[in-house]
Design a protein. Sequence first.
Length: 177
Amino acid sequence: MNKTELRIHTWPEKILRKKLKKVDEVDANIRQLLDAMVELMVAKNGIGLAGNQAGLDLRLVVLYHDERFFKLINPEIIKKEKKIMSPEGCLSFPGLEVEVPRFERVWVRALNENGDKVSYEAEGLLAIIFQHEIDHTNGLTFVDRLSFLNRLKKRKILKKIEAQTKSLLCDLYQGRT
Ligand code: CO
C-alpha cells in the first residue's frame, strides 16, 4: 500500500466548514490515516490536528501533549466546567493568534486506534486542545468562537490567509507544487 500523502488545508477551504463523518469501523485503513496525520502534525510543529485539516471527511483527531501522542476516533465532549479565555493558533490559519472563550476542564469520550472506548478528564492545555480539535470535527474553527468585534479586528490577516490559500490551490491544480 502506498504511503498516505496528506496536506494541511487552510482557510477558507470548504472542508474546514464540514461536520465530519463518524467512523463506523476502526480498521487498518483508519490506523494508517491516523499515523499519516501524526506525521503531518509533527512536520508542521503542531500540537493537534483534526481530520478535515488533513483533507479527510472523518471524525479523527491526533494531538501531542506531555510527551505523548493521542489518536482519537469519534471524540466528543460530554461535560465541561468553568469558562476561561485561551490564546490559540491553528495550522489552518497560519499567522493568526486569537483569544478564544473555552472551558478549563472537559471530559472527553472517544475510541482509540484499537477501537476500544476511552475517556479522559483533562484540564489546562490538554483540555484546550481537545476543545479546539473537536470543534474542527464539527466544522467549527476558532474564528467562529470570536465575538463580531474581535473577528472584525482580525479581518486583515484573515484576508491575507484567504489570498495565500487561493494562490496555493491555484498552484496545486496546475501541478506546479
Ligand atoms: Co485548528
